[in-house]
Design a protein around this ligand. Structure first.
Ligand SMILES: NC(=O)C1=CN([C@@H]2O[C@H](COP(=O)(O)OP(=O)(O)OC[C@H]3O[C@@H](n4cnc5c(N)ncnc54)[C@H](O)[C@@H]3O)[C@@H](O)[C@H]2O)C=CC1
Ligand SMILES: O=C(O)C(=O)COP(=O)(O)O
Length: 532
């Protein structure tokens, strides 16, 4: 395959060779690991994409310095080391590789649980010190014990399945999982407070966010069973490490197995000194298989974005399920064109943009949010001196105080589908409706309430005038004098003799002078030149 323009990709954490090979086939790749924030800031503007694991802190400062960045890829799940808000603001797609390391993290969690139950790391270290202390390392069986799983997502569920095979009873807490779904694999959903009181082992598998920060703390530990064993192979910060330390020292907590820490590496953590704590250096995803999976996933997504496509696992852009893509795409193209035209028809400061999706959108349950973002892109792209795309379109509108709303309705005025976009400014409003008839035939079917059948491409002259003889002819004559060829004409009126609309498809740009001449004609209320 050939090179995609002259794109350059920076890989700032170790990435499996299989991913690098895919990238090197089409773009220039630099692998530079262990950079400080300042070092990264100094070079990031040379790159179009940045690929990381958990080792690189992609801060707002790094993102702001990355003026050419189009894509930030996370070869793994957690994006808590990436300032996604800053990336969104800048229109940079952030994507992760959510499935590739699920089983690696699952197996590590199960290994940690077994190591905790049987004191394997401590016993191993003892034997290597030439000791033979069998009774000191007597463990417990996991058979018939209760495992509490907090966060029943990809990893939580796989851990549960394996623990069920070891005859454990599984209870789980996850506000976004139904009791029925969990029951299908024999797991009981309960509140987190209940879970803490019944579990012999607790394992956390949530992302780190405000709601999950320090969910294991002094107060929750006090409610747990004496001797409870706690595992964290998700994110440092879900457990309050100070509280964990206190619980371990007091004997309330029987042991802890940690793969992740509030600060990595946890060099200054007092937990290091405790025998009953097992620690691994963030190894959950570190298997040969997982690293190949995640590297290939981000490499492919990176190339897709750089060549103008989308990212399969974007975390800051709406994703269209593959089975809806074919349906949604022509609407997205039409909506962007309608947006572009609308902006050229209105005067004043944008206040509100209203989208109404009529007809088959109701049944198709289609991704209208994606279409809305494309309409916003069409409206805002030319207005602002910054790139607007499906990542930041809503954000940019919101930041500028433009109220965006969208509704889906059955009503579609006889069309199979109908998108209507109304733009309101401080000086007035304009409405355009469009419809997709087939994959290759989309039309603007109304402007400002006047029906038409307009091919939304090329150059247009749109005027509002008094419906009386001679007006259209004189406008055409002015264009003819300027060597502008008229390729198509649409006229519409509500009542004879009153205001009417004329839309001309023309073959070339119309000069400001010619437009001024048309505007000054008697009977013309307004005339605009637009390019879609
Ligand atoms: N140690 C390591 O190397 C690895 C760590 N991870 C971490 O493991 C965690 C889980 O990863 P996945 O299972 O792939 O993610 P996931 O997104 O499939 O699952 C997370 C689950 O947490 C649930 N959740 C969200 N808010 C919650 C709350 N307030 N209380 C309880 N549950 C809540 C979600 O509903 C979801 O089901 C992530 O933090 C990820 O970064 C993942 C892979 C490797
Ligand atoms: O995927 C995740 O969330 C992980 O924590 C894995 O981190 P890593 O890619 O090994 O630095």
């Amino acid at each position: 395959m050939g090179i995609i323009v002259n794109y350059r990709v920076l890989v700032s954490d170790p990435l499996a060779e299989e991913g690098l090979t895919i990238l090197r086939d089409q773009v220039e790749v630099d692998v530079k690991t262990g950079l400080t924030e300042d070092q990264l800031i100094a070079i990031i503007d040379q790159y179009d994409a940045l690929l990381v694991r958990s080792g690189t802190q992609v801060t707002a400062k790094v993102i702001e310095a990355g003026t050419h960045l189009k894509f930030i890829g996370r070869a793994g799940v957690g994006v808590d080391n990436i300032d996604t808000d800053a990336a969104t603001r800048q229109g940079i797609i952030v994507a992760n590789a959510p499935e590739g390391n699920t089983l690696a993290a699952t197996e590590h969690t199960v290994a940690m649980m077994m190591a905790l139950a049987r004191n394997i790391p401590q016993a191993n270290a003892s034997v290597k010190r030439h000791e033979w202390k069998r009774s000191k390392f007597t463990g417990i069986e996991v058979n018939e014990k209760v495992l509490g799983v907090v966060g029943f997502g990809r990893i939580g569920k796989e851990v549960a399945k394996r623990a069920i095979a070891m005859n454990m009873r599984i209870v789980a807490y996850d506000p976004f999982i139904s009791k029925e779904k969990a029951a299908e694999i024999g797991v009981e959903i309960m509140t987190m407070a209940e879970l803490f009181t019944v579990a012999d082992f607790i394992t956390v598998h949530t992302p780190l966010m405000k709601e999950t920060t320090h969910i294991i703390n002094d107060a929750s530990i006090a409610t747990m069973k004496d001797g409870v064993r706690i595992i964290n192979c998700a994110r440092g910060g879900i457990i309050d490490e100070q509280a964990l330390y206190r619980g371990l020292v007091s004997g309330k907590i029987g042991g802890a197995a940690l793969d992740v820490y509030e600060h990595e590496p946890p060099t200054d953590s007092p937990l290091i000194e405790l025998d009953q704590v097992i620690m691994t250096p963030h190894l959950g995803a570190s298997t040969v298989e997982a690293q190949i999976n995640v590297a290939i996933s981000v490499a492919k997504q990176c190339l897709s974005v750089l060549s103008g496509g989308s990212a399969r696992s974007a975390v800051n852009a709406p994703m269209i399920p593959a089975d809806q893509l074919e349906f949604v795409e022509p609407f997205a193209v039409l909506a962007e064109k309608m947006g572009r035209l609308l902006l050229q028809l209105v005067e004043g400061r944008l206040e509100a943009i209203e989208l109404v999706y009529g007809g088959e959108f109701v049944e198709r349950n289609s991704n209208t949010r994606f279409i809305t973002r494309m309409a916003l892109k069409g409206i805002l792209d030319r207005l602002l001196h910054l790139p607007v795309n499906i990542v930041n379109a809503e954000f940019v509108a919101h930041e500028r105080g433009i109220v965006v709303s969208q509704t889906v309705t059955r009503e579609s005025q006889g069309f199979k589908n109908l998108i209507t976009i109304k733009v309101r400014t401080d000086l007035g409003e304009e409405t355009i409706s469009g419809s997709v008839f087939s994959k290759v035939r989309s039309r603007i079917v109304a402007i400002g309430g006047y029906t038409m059948d307009l091919d939304p491409t090329g150059f247009l002259v749109i005027s509002r005038h008094l419906d009386k003889p001679g007006v259209i002819g004189r406008a055409s004559t002015i264009l003819g004098h300027c060597e502008v060829n008229i390729a198509g004409m649409q006229v519409g009126r509500i009542r004879p003799g009153e205001e009417a609309i004329m839309v001309l498809n023309v073959d070339s740009e119309v000069s400001d002078e010619a437009m001024d001449e048309i505007r000054s004609m008697p009977g013309i209320f307004s005339a605009k030149f637009a390019q879609i």
